[in-house]
Design a protein around this ligand. Structure first.
Ligand code: NAD
Ligand code: USQ
Length: 404
């Protein structure tokens, strides 16, 4: 295992916070397969949100315990499990002292923009959960594992949609004759996306003040579901969200096409974002771990492989549907969000490529297989969950218990 541990004799120990979630589960298995010693830390709060809101994954998902048992039975590899909340510092300290991670990959946040815009209490929960959780991880590293590399999942949404090119984390500006390289301006547009901005500031500060080594992965929207490891057995199935709260653009469109629901383009559909295949998420995280930041370094990578507008995605899914004999319609839904619907977008994403990322670009064959995958499970779709139910403008202090 020398090639994965940078010359050290023991395999690297990686703590995957949020390892029961969509990106985290796929990553935990991928790293375990590659010979890393993996521990999953997760509070399972995401499964609770599904219960509370009456939502469910397209795919049936096994409990985290059964998932890990199945992985061990198939591969002989153990994944350690710590069930708890990273906002609970005592729990996190015990997990750190017991597992002694060389890297922490932190996926463990409330990651839905619409969830954070349901009502005041969800907005506050999101920022509390995300900001305090990350602060605790930073304190745990300082206190117990100074050399541990933090690989933190951020979001491309931290930058918003400025009318100039988006750089990777930093921009060099000349102002009144003086020049400096500064953090790229942040213009997030939900309480969720803002929580990531706050995280980035806290991480950058602790790198400077305490010498923490950190990589902020500003990830675009993820699509797809199968990875080499999750497809080994049904019990290793990843979750696949398609509802209006947790479902993301391309994944939702594939499910909508599969059940004959018109594709829900919000507003004018010119909203452009960076996208990547989940098989590239796991690759990018492995690359970041294998090439750690230096002590005191705050590194930022833009983690996506291609840009698409919502209209372009709808056109691609329509074309893929035609090939399978499905007539796909599109509907324009009044935009529940406050965001630019026609805008310039050109974001750099070269640093992960320079470190060896080999992207899986969105191809006809991937769209065919994703669409076929959603068709396989279409009887599990609750079509009432498809339309968006959370409004950026209507959020208030009154608690909401039903969203659909
Ligand atoms: P997910 O909701 O599927 O998984 C997140 C996991 O973290 C869940 O299992 C949840 O139970 C756990 N968790 C949340 N708060 C926790 C806490 N306080 N303590 C312990 N565990 C906690 O989300 P995902 O789609 O896998 O996203 C993972 C990360 O990647 C998030 O940080 C998200 O912001 C980021 N990201 C996701 C996407 C995407 O398209 N899915 C895109 C860009 C960035
Ligand atoms: N959109 C539609 N129709 C839909 C769903 C979405 O038009 O049915 C539009 C949205 O208005 C938005 C764009 O598609 O303009 C992307 O929305 P999304 O729900 O796919 O993604 P977003 O809310 O940005 O959040 C997701 C993840 C989040 C991550 C982010 C990366 O949930 O965790 O941080 O993607 S990024 O978009 O780069 O900020």
């Amino acid at each position: 295992v020398n090639e994965i541990s940078g010359g050290a004799s023991k395999p690297q120990r990686v703590m995957v916070v949020g390892g029961d979630g969509y990106c985290g589960w796929a990553t935990a298995l991928h790293l375990s397969k590659k010979g890393y010693e993996v521990a999953i830390v997760d509070s399972l709060v995401r499964r609770l949100f599904d219960h509370q809101l009456g939502l469910g994954s397209l795919t049936p998902i096994a409990s985290i315990h059964d998932r890990i048992r199945c992985w061990k039975a198939l591969t002989g590899k153990s994944i350690e499990l710590y069930i708890g909340d990273v906002c609970d510092f005592e729990f996190l300290s015990e997990a750190f002292k017991s597992f002694e991670p060389d890297s922490v990959v932190h996926f463990g946040e409330q990651r839905s923009a619409p969830y954070s815009m349901i009502d005041r209490s969800r907005a506050v929960f999101t920022q509390n959960n995300n900001v305090i959780g990350t602060l605790n991880v930073l304190f745990a590293i300082k206190e117990f594992r100074e050399e541990c590399h933090l690989v933190k999942l951020g979001t491309m949404g931290e930058y918003g949609t400025p009318n100039i090119d988006i750089e990777e984390g930093f921009i060099t500006i000349t102002h009144n004759g003086r020049t400096d390289t500064l953090p790229y301006p942040k213009q997030a547009s939900s309480f969720y996306h803002l929580s990531k901005v706050h995280d980035s500031n806290n991480i950058a500060f602790t790198c400077k003040a305490w010498g923490i080594r950190a990589t902020d992965l500003n990830q675009g929207v993820v699509y797809g579901v199968r990875t080499d490891e999750t497809e080994m057995h049904e019990e290793l199935n990843n979750r696949f969200d398609y509802d209006g709260v947790f479902g993301t653009a391309l994944n939702r469109f594939c499910v909508q096409a599969a059940v004959g629901h018109p594709l829900t383009v919000y507003g004018k559909g010119g909203q452009t974002r960076g996208y990547l295949d989940i098989r590239d998420t796991v690759q990018c995280v492995e690359i970041a771990i294998a090439n750690p930041a230096k002590a005191g370094e705050f590194r930022v990578f833009n983690q996506f492989t291609e840009q698409f507008s919502v209209n372009q995605l709808a056109a691609l899914v329509t074309k893929a549907g035609e090939k399978l004999g499905i007539d796909v319609q599109t509907t324009s839904v009044p935009n529940p969000r406050v965001e630019a619907e026609e805008h310039y977008y050109n974001a750099k994403h070269t640093k992960l490529i320079e470190l060896g990322l080999k992207p899986h670009l969105l191809s006809d064959s991937l769209l065919d297989s994703l669409l076929n995958f959603t068709i396989k499970y279409k009887d599990r779709v609750d079509t009432k969950q498809i339309m968006p139910s959370v409004s950026w403008r209507k959020i208030g202090a009154k608690p909401k218990t039903v969203t659909a």
